[in-house]
Design a binder for this molecule. Sequence first.
Ligand SMILES: [Fe+2]
Length: 260
Amino acid sequence: MIDIHSHILYGIDDGSQSLDMSLEMLRMSAASEVTDIFATPHVNRRGVVPEWSVIVDKTAELQQQAQDVGIPIRIHTGAEVELNYDTLEFIKEGSRDYCLAGSRYILCECTAQSQPDQAEALLYELMLREFVPILAHPERYDRIMTRPSRVLEWMHNGVLAQCNTGSFKGSFGKDTQLRAENLLRHHMVIFLGSDAHRTEARNTDMREGLQAIEAMGDTDAEDTCTWNAERILEDRVLYPELPEHWDKPKKGIFSRIFGA
Ligand SMILES: [Fe+2]
């Protein structure tokens, strides 16, 4: 398994608080059979943009510290870049700073309040600059997910999507869980990530989330997402098979009777 989204670096964002916590998070990852994990600290949240060289150095340090205590896991550089108009100031054409493991793939975050038009304009601008944006946890964006067909349109045009394993076990509430399930049913979950911030609650243990995905009858998702993440490590282009249309999920009997 490859976890493409985590906050395992300590002292850089609201994720891990200490070296001990980072190492414990990595132990949990390895116990979930994660072989590779991307360190993706928040970048551009409330205007805070850590230097890329700091992220690179901290990732290398943590890799060494994990190796010293015998945790079998590879750590790759990355960032979770919040999309707003400042983003275009530091994501520069031709540079791979803030991308995943020096590839063309860049993990992008919106917020629950993000306006779909603005997000769309920024995603397209990044693609014009020859990046491949990966939308982090779309299931968490209330406004954008009022019309999921729009996310599918973005994906037809080259955007990819990563869902949080925790969303499938209900860690972010029922609405988010239903959205994640519908994205999975539409083959729109291209990557999986823990989005872990701590050793408790939102942690790096992906097992329960993966079990919830399997319980939906999707036994291929884990392997497919791992295969896709390997393409990031090779910096190769991905062309996932996507449905042509977003099918409205079938309504339950109460909705049909009461017209909700
Ligand atoms: Fe995150």
